[in-house]
Design a protein around this ligand. Structure first.
Ligand code: GLA
Length: 709
């Protein structure tokens, strides 16, 4: 069956993915309308669904608020518009006039449908793009708006896409909320009637919300039920509006910018909204997560097949107190543990002795690195590790040479205060000269010192986001900033293909499918407390794969929470992602170093399962019951269980854990104990994990399929 087909009689387009379908048509007014999004359909079945049905709407009502592919501001529409334009004569409506469609299946694995339209009166063109692949149920949608006239146009809203859900008995919204050091807190709430807005007004993706949502009818579970989910591939301000109408419908619209955004479109200019991806699954929330992970590995990450190295990061060990001797001492200890990538964090440059100065001056501090970074990089390489360096290229401390030379390079409004957060301001990356300067500086930094990895941080939200000197600059700043940021990263990578990048934004403030398409991993949170981290990682993994989820083992008592948990527990939690170590190894005892080296080696034995396997969340984070995740090889030859129990309670039930996704009828051997288990018992009846007694008890169980004798 082809990925895209068209039934001219009914005027229906049908997109098919391995297990799902998406259908749409153009109605009598010319507007693109939704037909279906759900289980797989034939074209004939899609035609049946597209057949017009008598409308129950009275003549008092306008057009239904849910059900168009991109509800515009225009005519009798009263829902949240996905596209709102203002023409120079003051007119604000858009009226759809279809101009054609293209179905492109040139690649055997990918197909694209493009529907083109123009306004009936004004020379404004709109193209709706739909991309499908043969190996994922994710449908990528985006919208391109082009001003084909000779007068400017303003886009007051230009969303990437609107998604329509089928009529369900109820609607439940899953999403994450959070704050610094408490990102990715999973929420599932009934979707209220009216409009529910999830947004970032911060210029970055944000710690407080993340641009994905899942909707179900309130009955889906981890493994069962229909779930519709969407995720926006954008790293700046964004808004997703979920709408539930009194007539029992629900839909979503999402795109860049927040309330009050307006994007100027000069004659001939085009605005390409970023992709807004959608996924339907009937495999519950676990099925949705697995599909998103597989999609990210197949179509988003730049080097999906690579295994993330075990890294060491010096931040929690040294803070700003970074120097050559101290870093060399840490590097030696890290190498002895089996670390593969050594990352020097903040504090290595300019006058950076605290967060009050130096940001922007990307040259090694002469008093700390008298001979530059060369000797340290050489030492790290000689120890067999790659070398990584922290940078925060988009920000500047007012107390820096860069700011003293270029005070106009930061975003600001003339005559208004320049608010500081973390004692810093944000460079106006929308300015080409600023982005080029940063690109040049980073190119030299990376090239001069043989740097293999950048931890690219961005530690504050925008404020006073003005662009003086350019008439429409303030309106252009948001999208141009993100595009130039992407451009600098893309150019750096292209010039130095071996460079790997970690996305960080005060922890997990910039994790999204846009940044993940050009970085290799993300720092999920500045909170490294293993107990808190269980919840953060649970939320992170709803959409983003473990391959990208940086997770460190740090010292106790934890710097943030004051909590002390065993080294083994900390390792087992961090092993659920891309393992790193961030403790002060100079203070670790010989016993701790020995145990850590063993656990690093154990992680290396199983990381291919964590980073490229299938995730089953067998039991979610809880206070006294063990939380268990399972990572299984795509060919089901091996599986890993990670189990964590925070609090032991006498008498609390300890049911066996039923595994998933094994080869039926096979036997699996426990790599540590040698015990052999039958798959049917493991999946049908379960496995007793027998966690050691006490609080903060954890286990890693690696099972390997026995080959037939
Ligand atoms: C942010 C990052 C941390 C660390 C500090 C350095 O908070 O998230 O990991 O790099 O900056 O200042």
């Amino acid at each position: 069956m082809s990925m895209i087909s068209f039934a001219p009689g009914a005027g229906v387009w049908l997109l098919v993915t391995p297990d799902t379908s998406y259908a749409l048509r153009i109605d009598e007014s010319g507007a693109p309308c939704h037909v279906a999004w759900g289980p797989r359909l034939t074209l004939e079945e899609a035609e049946e669904l597209a057949a017009p049905r008598p409308s129950a709407t009275s003549s008092f009502e306008g057009r239904p608020a849910v059900g168009e592919e991109l509800p515009v501001d225009g005519g009798t529409r009263y829902g949240p518009p996905s596209l709102q334009v203002r023409f120079t004569d003051g007119s604000r409506a858009f009226e759809w006039e279809p101009t054609g469609h293209r179905m492109d299946e040139n690649s055997p694995r990918t197909g694209e449908l493009v529907l083109t339209f123009r306004d009936r009166r004004y020379p404004l063109h709109v193209a709706l793009h739909y991309r499908v692949h043969t190996d994922t149920d994710v449908i990528e949608r985006r919208t391109v708006v082009r001003n084909a006239g000779d007068q400017p146009v303003t886009l007051l809203r230009a969303d990437s896409a609107a998604w329509t859900l089928p009529s369900l008995r109820d609607y439940r919204l899953s999403h994450v909320t959070g704050q610094w050091s408490a990102e990715s807190q999973l929420r599932r709430d009934q979707l209220p009637y009216g409009e529910t807005v999830l947004t970032s007004r911060r210029g970055i993706t944000s710690h407080h919300a993340n641009p994905w949502v899942m909707l179900d009818d309130g009955t889906a579970t981890e493994e069962h039920g229909r779930v519709w989910s969407t995720a926006l591939a954008w790293s700046g301000s964004w808004r997703i509006t979920a709408q539930r109408t009194p007539d029992g419908r629900a839909g979503l619209t999402g795109g860049i910018g927040h309330d009050g955004t307006s994007v100027p479109l000069d004659p001939g200019e085009e605005f390409a909204a970023p992709p807004f991806l959608g996924l339907f699954t009937d495999g519950g929330f676990g099925g949705a997560s697995r599909a998103w992970h597989a999609h990210a590995l197949a179509h988003v990450l730049p080097h999906p097949d690579e295994v993330a190295p075990v890294l060491y990061n010096s931040w929690e060990a040294t803070g700003f107190d970074v120097d050559e001797a101290g870093q060399k001492a840490l590097a030696e200890r890290a190498a002895a543990l089996g670390v593969e990538l050594y990352v020097v964090d903040d504090g290595w440059f300019g006058a950076r002795r605290s967060d009050r100065a130096g940001l922007g001056d990307w040259t090694p501090a002469p008093d700390r690195f008298p001979d530059g970074l060369g000797p340290l990089v050489g030492a790290v390489h000689a120890l067999g590790m790659r070398f990584g360096l922290w940078v925060e290229p988009e920000a500047v401390n007012p107390d820096s040479d860069l700011y003293r030379q270029h005070p106009d390079w930061v975003m600001h409004f003339p005559g208004r205060p320049r608010s500081e957060l973390r004692h810093q301001l944000v460079l106006n990356f929308a300015r080409r000269d600023v982005a080029d300067w940063v690109h040049d500086r980073l190119t030299r930094l990376v090239g001069d010192h043989g740097i293999d990895f950048l931890k690219w941080d961005m530690n504050r939200a925008f404020s006073e986001a003005g662009w003086p000197g350019r008439q429409d600059g303030t309106d252009r700043l948001g999208p141009a900033y993100v595009r130039n940021l992407y451009g600098v990263i893309d150019r750096l990578r292209a010039d130095r293909p071996t460079l790997r990048i970690e996305s960080c934004s005060g922890g997990g403030g910039r994790v999204d499918l846009g940044i993940l398409s050009r970085t290799d991993q993300a720092w999920a949170s500045d909170n490294t407390d293993a107990a808190d981290r269980m919840g953060i990682q649970h939320g992170y993994g709803q959409v983003y794969p473990a391959r990208t989820m940086g997770s460190w083992v740090t010292d106790v008592p934890n710097q943030l929470t004051g909590r002390t948990v065993p080294l083994r527990f900390r390792f087992h939690v961090a092993m659920a992602g891309a393992l790193g170590i961030g403790g002060d190894l100079r203070r670790w005892s010989e016993d701790e170093l020995r145990e850590a080296a063993t656990l690093v080696a154990e992680y290396k034995d199983v990381r291919h399962l964590v980073q490229h396997g299938r995730l089953d969340r067998l039991s979610p984070p809880s206070d006294d019951a063990p939380s268990v995740v399972q990572y299984t090889a795509p060919d089901t030859s091996e599986t890993l269980l990670l189990a964590w129990r925070r609090t032991a309670r006498h008498g609390s039930p300890q049911p066996p854990v039923r595994l998933r996704g094994l080869t039926p009828e096979a036997r699996y051997r426990d790599a540590r104990t040698g015990a052999v288990h039958q798959a049917a018992v493991l999946t049908g009846y379960g496995m007793h994990l027998d966690l050691p007694p006490g609080d903060w008890s954890s286990a890693a169980v690696h099972l390997i399929r026995e080959t037939e004798a």
